[in-house]
Design a protein around this ligand. Structure first.
Ligand code: PLP
Length: 368
């Protein structure tokens, strides 16, 4: 059967690199010379241990993770870490306070979850719309906070930090679910980084947590054991059955990133892809509108409206239909914001971003 040519601009689970899928296909029935699939393999076997440890060491290499940090592969998704972070860290200081930057849906959800376990201070005036990062001079950081939390890339709203917040020595925590390994990161500036794999580094099921060693062992007594960093680190992420196949796929993605030039090469490509689309938007005389301020526009998720500022519903429907006929799928914006969203994660190629840009130009010409 002839395969339909599709370009997947989905926000996650998202496109995987072709070589990763081919490798997984090749090894699906028999991994190496084991005679069984990774799907059938005991997590206690030496073969799976090798897969997990190889994935971990590739990640350490790709992000240059300092020795005093531990890496975990956990279940429960990014949302699991909305609870995992406060359960493990809010008790670091007396008073159980944490500072949150709320710049979109995901940090808002994380802050709400943290309120169950302590006092949450949103450090800036509440935003009317998630289209900018409030100027850091307006942040009211609490020196007694156990940690400062932010979401590095807001997947729904397309707001991305291109700087690391200054916290005056307070532990910094970041949700990097949707821009993990899309660019280099200085891990030493963070107490904790976490990322669900299903956007830039694999498939759904596994969440990477990178944590500085001195922050381990402070969990609240009500912390579920599977979310307790100390327990998971001591058990090499295998206190209970880990998401074996997702870890294996992530290992293949790490290998692919390494062979493609690492996180710096990803950054160059991601810059190129996103500016291809933003350039079309900026040059469209208001036919396409991205509501996000230029300084914090995401390289991963590009939200835009078609026809006018608040979107012309008829045109937007037509845009999606026409794009889909060309094999460009999953361009519909998140249901909470509407419009379009082009997600340009690592696996999306420059040529694919250019194909979208060409289509946008053509569509404008026909419908202006
Ligand atoms: N954080 C960010 C930035 C996300 O984009 C998402 C999901 O898209 C989440 C957290 C929640 O992840 P999960 O659905 O794996 O719980």
């Amino acid at each position: 059967m002839e395969q339909k040519q599709v370009i997947n601009f989905g926000a996650g689970p998202a496109k995987l690199p072709q070589p990763v899928l081919l490798q997984a296909q090749k090894e699906l029935l028999t991994y190496s010379d084991t005679g069984i699939s990774v799907l059938e393999m005991s997590h206690r076997s030496s073969d799976f241990n090798n897969i997990l440890n190889r994935t971990k060491s590739l990640l350490r290499e790709l992000l240059n993770i300092p020795d005093n940090y531990q890496v975990m592969f956990l279940q429960g998704g990014g949302s699991g870490q909305f609870s995992g972070v406060p359960l493990n860290l809010i008790g670091l200081k007396e008073g159980r306070c944490a500072d949150y930057l709320v710049t979109g849906t995901w940090s808002a959800k994380a802050a709400k979850e943290a309120e169950k376990y302590g006092k949450v201070n949103v450090v800036h005036p509440k935003l009317d719309s998630y289209t900018k990062i409030p100027d850091s001079s307006s942040w009211n950081l609490n020196p007694s906070a156990s940690y400062v939390y932010y979401c590095c890339n807001e997947t729904v709203h397309g707001v991305e930090f291109n700087f690391v917040p200054e916290t005056n020595g307070v532990v910094l925590v970041s949700d990097m679910s949707s821009n993990f390994l899309s660019r280099p990161v200085d891990v030493s500036k963070f107490g904790l980084i976490y990322a669900g794999a299903q956007k830039n580094v694999g498939c759904a099921g596994v969440t990477v947590v990178i944590v500085r060693e001195d922050l381990i062992g402070h969990a609240l007594k009500e912390c579920p054991i599977v979310l307790d960093y100390k327990v998971q680190v001591e058990n090499n992420s295998m206190y209970n059955t880990p998401p074996c196949f997702s870890i294996y796929i992530m290992g293949l993605v790490m290998e692919w990133i390494k062979n493609s030039g690492g996180s710096a090469a990803m950054e160059t490509l991601n810059r190129k892809k996103s500016s291809t689309i933003y350039d079309i938007i900026n040059a469209s005389n208001g036919f396409y509108v991205c509501p996000v301020e230029e300084a914090c526009r995401s390289r991963m998720n590009v939200p835009f409206r078609v026809g006018k500022k608040e979107g012309d519903e008829g045109l937007e429907k037509k845009f999606l239909d026409r794009a889909s006929k060309r094999g460009m799928i999953s361009l519909k914006g998140h249901r909470s914001v509407g419009g379009m969203r082009a997600s340009l994660y690592n696996a999306v190629t420059v040529e694919e971003a250019e194909a979208l840009a060409d289509f946008m130009k053509e569509f404008q010409k026909e419908h202006q």
